[in-house]
Write a protein that binds this ligand. Structure first.
Ligand SMILES: Cc1cc2nc3c(=O)[nH]c(=O)nc-3n(C[C@H](O)[C@H](O)[C@H](O)COP(=O)(O)O)c2cc1C
Length: 277
């Protein structure tokens, strides 16, 4: 466990910060360092992004692997103050949308492939299956994480926005999405406000998530108690007053209503053109 109270200790040793414990020497490089240094940023300065930053970030996003090269995702960049306000109003009061100069809305997008097939013309019944929706959702996530890392490598802060799935139809209308396209999540991007700093949030010990050859059910659970202690110390340092990890995580899935509207997602997606057979 981390018994070193110095905050600087964390920032100097990224593996230590990520696990709130000694990890021993591990191979690293600037790319891995950038990944290890990730922390969500929810407080932004109003300053504009550098010229070309959006296009560079999207090039990084498009460089992610994509299932069968179908590229079943799109992204809508929301920069205008007016549309950011409308997005904010649909997104459970997440002020980072108002503060950050850019919010990327990642879209699981089967509409383009549907239109490509129709133009040939060619059958496309496979798009009506859950597998095709999953492929598009996975593609959007892989692209988004590349975008996130690219932005952070420029010194920008980022925050994912799963709240954009609270009201997918309204968000779709705001962005003028076609049928068979839905926002999977957003990513707010801007210059971090250093007066409201963020820290590297510890994760579960590797022994909880890394299984060798077969899944070890006991080991998946064993590190949780230590993790709760470490995360509780982090939360006190970050002054965010959160309950213990297990309780907080369980409360996010306690009832259908805990999903904040997302419990209706299957029916909503069907209305948005995904048959999900
Ligand atoms: C798909 C996804 C959706 C998220 N949605 C939100 C959100 O709506 N609002 C928010 O403040 N953070 C959101 N987050 C950020 C997580 O809360 C955050 O990544 C997690 O607490 C770990 O903290 P860290 O990113 O600082 O390491 C989301 C993260 C992911 C991956």
């Amino acid at each position: 466990m981390n018994d070193d109270a110095s905050p600087m200790r964390d920032e100097r040793d990224l593996f230590h910060a990520r696990y709130a414990r000694e990890m021993g020497p591990l191979p690293t490089n600037p790319v891995i360092d950038a990944m290890l240094a990730h922390r969500s940023c929810r407080a932004f300065k109003p300053d504009a992004l550098p010229a070309g930053a959006l296009e560079s970030i999207v090039a990084a996003a498009q460089s992610a692997a994509t299932s069968s090269n179908m590229q079943g995702w799109s992204v809508v960049a929301v920069e205008s103050a007016e549309r950011r306000k409308k997005l904010f109003a649909l997104a459970d009061g997440q002020t980072q949308i108002l503060e950050a100069p850019l919010t990327l809305c990642f879209v699981a997008d089967l509409s383009r492939l549907a239109r490509v097939a129709d133009a040939i013309p060619h059958p496309r019944e496979g798009l009506d299956y859950f597998e095709s929706f999953l492929v598009a959702a996975i593609d959007s996530a892989l692209a988004a994480q590349n975008a996130c890392l690219a932005a952070e490598s420029m010194g920008l802060g980022t925050c994912y926005l799963g709240v954009l799935r609270y009201k997918p139809e309204e968000i779709g209308a705001l962005l003028d999405l076609p049928p068979m396209a839905v926002v999977t999540f957003g990513l707010s991007i801007g210059w971090p406000d250093e007066t409201r700093p963020t820290f590297i949030k510890p994760r579960l010990a590797q022994s909880s998530v890394l299984h060798r050859e077969t899944y070890d059910k006991a080991q998946a659970l064993a590190p949780v108690a230590d993790y709760e202690t470490a995360l509780d110390a982090f939360n006190k340092r970050a002054r965010n007053g959160q309950p213990l990890w297990g309780l907080r995580s369980a409360s996010r899935v306690a009832t259908p209503e805990s999903l904040n509207g997302r419990q209706h997602l299957m029916a909503t997606l069907r209305r948005m053109g995904f048959a999900l057979k």
